[in-house]
Design a protein around this ligand. Structure first.
Ligand SMILES: Nc1ncnc2c1ncn2[C@@H]1O[C@H](COP(=O)(O)OP(=O)(O)OP(=O)(O)O)[C@@H](O)[C@H]1O
Ligand SMILES: [Mg+2]
Length: 438
């Protein structure tokens, strides 16, 4: 026990007014006193102390002395400050990233949200203790069931909580959130808390939606262009075939007639007859050309004999023209695709052949068609140099892009891979329409 001359001597001057005021009140009412203050040590360094004093009274209840205990709380104070700082940084980071965290104590059922969650939800921080802070009340009615299911699955340990859902702010504004979470368990595996993050992804969602709408528009534009082109091609093909083709055929008929008359009449006009022969030949060639052009515009064989026969015919023609050996393994008859679908497959097939001729340096092409899992499957494999990944994904590869688009428009898809012989294998898969086709 020591009598201190000047009790305020070691107290930091900034703390003196606060400490003294409290001290005076304590003395006047005779109540125990407790305060945190900085005290100077003998070496001159100030440290935080917790000072507690209590009055000692005599039998009549008069205060005789004050006893005090001071505890060094410097380390505690520092830890507290560091904690506050890191909490501040966490809040700041969350504010910048629009990510907040939530924490539900499973014993008490209480949920705690970080400040950013309140901001995301459009709630003020004063609502911290209100009963409004229930997820499901704020979630968009259409997303509630999905969210409840996800929470339940997380709780039961079926899968991690990873959900995108909408919330409705008090002012009616709808925001998109992405939330991730996990159940935190004790060492015996009993669930203690559910903890997770939630991010406001509204801007990203809106951008995605815009992009989706734009590509949808481009798709339907390209679809209508494709079908307009096919229809126009079919119309021109018909005109050429029916009009020009039939007229030329009758012209040829007439020329042959004249030739016959001349030979029957025994007239010796060798020059005239030679000219006639040449005219007949030219007419024949022109008829062939017309057939070729019109079948390129719209392969009538596709309508007459169906897809598989058209593929076989095209392969034969390709082989004659290019001397690249084409083998067909196409044993099916009725493939069940509708007209649109078979046109798409046929055009894809034609582009695949053209690509082999232009790029593959192949000597052989294997063509296979089959029916598999309700899909019509066509594979064109060459034994050429193969296609590189870069070529496959080149945005300027309009031929490949066109193939993919055509397939997509009829509900199908394209796969480009390495063929068994090291070349390229293009596979087209198209679901077979229910109500049959050609
Ligand atoms: N069978 C193949 N073998 C090797 N490379 C191929 C084959 N098919 C395509 N390629 C490569 O892929 C690229 C893209 O093909 P794509 O059909 O998209 O374009 P393209 O044939 O060059 O031009 P186009 O737009 O006129 O069709 C080709 O340039 C070629 O390098
Ligand atoms: Mg091409």
């Amino acid at each position: 026990e020591q009598y201190i001359e000047n009790p305020t001597g070691p107290i930091h001057h900034e703390d003196i007014p606060r400490v003294m005021e409290k001290w005076r009140t304590s003395i006047s009412v005779g109540e125990p006193y407790e305060a945190e203050m900085r005290l100077r040590r003998a070496d001159g360094e100030y440290r935080w102390f917790m000072v507690r004093t209590e009055p000692l009274r005599d039998e009549q209840g008069n205060i005789v002395k004050w006893y005090g205990v001071s505890t060094d709380i410097e380390d505690l104070k520092r830890a507290e400050a560091a904690l506050k700082e890191s909490q501040r940084r966490l809040e700041e980071a969350q504010r910048i990233a629009h990510v907040g965290h939530w924490d539900r104590d499973l014993e008490t059922g209480r949920i705690t949200w970080s400040d950013e969650i309140y901001r995301i939800l459009g709630l003020s921080l004063q609502e911290r203790d209100s009963t409004r802070t229930e997820w499901l009340d704020i979630v968009h009615p259409e997303d509630r069931q999905r969210l409840s299911l996800a929470i339940e699955e997380m709780q039961r340990g079926i899968r991690r909580f990873d959900v995108e859902f909408r919330i409705v702010r008090p002012n009616g504004e709808v925001r998109f959130l992405h939330s991730l979470g996990d159940v935190i368990r004790d060492e015996r595996g009993r669930p203690l808390r559910r903890f997770g993050t939630a991010q406001d992804i509204t801007e990203r969602k809106q951008a995605e939606e815009k992009l989706r709408a734009t590509s949808e528009q481009l798709r339907s534009l390209s679809a209508s262009l494709q079908s307009a082109k096919e229809e126009e091609g079919a119309r021109i093909a018909r005109e050429i075939h029916d009009e020009l083709g039939s007229r030329l055929t009758s012209l040829k008929w007439d020329l042959e007639g004249i030739n016959k008359i001349l030979s029957d009449s025994g007239e010796q006009l060798p020059e005239l007859r030679k000219k006639l022969e040449t005219m007949i030949e030219l007419t024949d060639e022109t008829i062939d050309t017309i057939r070729r052009i019109s079948s390129e515009l719209r392969p009538s064989i596709l309508d007459d004999l169906g897809l598989v026969a058209a593929i076989e015919w095209q392969a034969k023609e390709f082989q004659t023209r290019t001397r690249i050996v084409c083998t067909c393994d196409c044993s099916m008859e009725n493939v069940g695709l509708n007209r649109k679908q078979s046109t798409a497959v046929f055009r894809i097939f034609q582009e695949a052949l053209t690509n082999v001729l232009r790029h593959a340096q192949a000597t052989k092409i294997d063509i296979r068609t089959k029916q598999e899992d309700g899909q019509f499957v066509l594979t064109v494999s060459d034994n050429g140099r193969g296609i590189t990944e870069a070529e496959k994904s080149d945005v300027l590869s309009l031929g490949l892009l066109g193939m993919k688009e055509r397939a997509r428009l009829v509900g199908g898809e394209i796969d480009i891979a390495r063929s068994e012989e090291g070349g390229t294998a293009i596979t087209v898969r198209v679901p077979v329409a229910r109500n049959g086709g050609c």
